[in-house]
Design a protein around this ligand. Structure first.
Ligand code: PMP
Length: 316
């Protein structure tokens, strides 16, 4: 779909995956005026396709577009475009339990702009790819390192939206962590350097007794769609969930730690390394994290309480 400033987006069309043409002075290439979203389509055991809250991704993209000075397709246009793209690529959705179809939405300033300014023209596109596990650990616990020098976001910046530049900011710390054998990086706030923010592409939760704490949404972390659902599930199961400032000391003292994100829903954290000290988390008993994982799977796959199902069975 395309749109010039002040216009609404034109109707899009399905195209075979391939390169796209961009002017060298496109806003996205020069000034980072780009946003994306990621969600997944799963195949259900009866053959139907499940999409996890596509309208939430649409809302988040629109919030991000406002922050990035970009126009955006409407929520209805976005959800419709996702459904059409998924249906057109239905054959690429792996069988249940063997992965999912990752759906990437991309909104960018595609018009030419030389002096710093919002681009005069925008392009919205969607591409898809079958995916398996996000981390090489698969469903085994991941190992994180707390980054103390580099920050992902600063107050008043763009950390709360899914703009492409946020991900460029984490590449260096993330590559260094992976080289050292860690799964990913956990970032601290850039002001006090002691409050948890999030991992490069997921939100973090700390469990102590019956209380589950997670950093509050305050503009420097992404309001994860999985985060919100997990909070709802945990509260419905009688856990106390606190959204607040969570210190690195609380992290090190936790019973369990987990992360949430579209990439793998819930990731158990096996260890955290902070300033050379490595803390491991209990594997005895069922644990809150395993309970959450099971509940979430059950709700998603069997009860369909939390998903929008594409009702259209593919005509064969
Ligand atoms: N934080 C960041 C920085 C992310 O990129 C993601 C992945 N979108 C998340 C958190 C988790 O968000 P969600 O649950 O919507 O995938």
């Amino acid at each position: 779909m395309k749109c010039s400033q002040g216009e609404s987006f034109s109707k899009g069309e399905l195209q075979r995956f391939g390169n796209i043409e961009l002017n060298p002075s496109a806003g996205v290439l020069n000034y980072g005026q780009g946003l994306f979203e990621g969600l997944k389509a799963y195949r259900k055991h009866d053959g139907n396709i499940l999409l996890f809250h596509p309208e939430e991704n649409a809302f988040r993209l629109r919030t991000g577009a406002e922050r990035m000075c970009m126009p955006s397709p409407s929520v209805d246009q976005l959800v419709e475009a996702v459904k059409l793209t998924v249906l057109a690529n239905e054959r690429w959705i792996p069988p249940l339990g063997k992965g999912s179809l990752y759906i990437r939405l991309l909104l960018m300033g595609s018009g030419a702009v030389l002096g710093l300014a919002p681009a005069p023209e925008y392009t919205f596109l969607i591409y898809v790819s079958p995916v398996g596990n996000y981390f090489k650990e698969g469903s085994a616990p991941i190992n994180l390192i707390v980054e103390t020098e580099m920050h992902r976001a600063t107050p008043g910046g763009t950390g709360g939206v899914k703009t492409v530049g946020n991900y460029a900011a984490v590449l260096k710390a993330q590559s260094a962590a992976k080289e050292k054998g860690f799964s990913d990086v956990l970032y601290l706030d850039s002001v006090h350097k002691r409050y948890l923010e999030e991992v490069s592409s997921c939100n973090v939760f700390v469990v102590k007794g019956n209380v589950i704490s997670t950093p509050a949404i305050k503009g420097t972390i992404l309001p994860g769609i999985t985060r919100k659902s997990i909070i709802d599930v945990a509260r419905s199961q009688g856990f106390q969930v606190q959204e607040r400032f969570v210190t690195v000391d609380e992290l090190l003292d936790a019973d369990e730690v987990f992360c949430t994100g579209t990439a793998g829903v819930i990731f158990r954290v096996g260890s955290i390394t902070y300033l050379g000290r490595r803390v491991t988390y209990g594997s005895d008993g069922v644990g809150v994290v395993l309970l959450m994982m099971i509940l979430f799977q059950l709700m998603m796959i069997f009860f369909q309480l939390m998903v929008v199902m594409i009702q259209m069975m593919i005509q064969k």
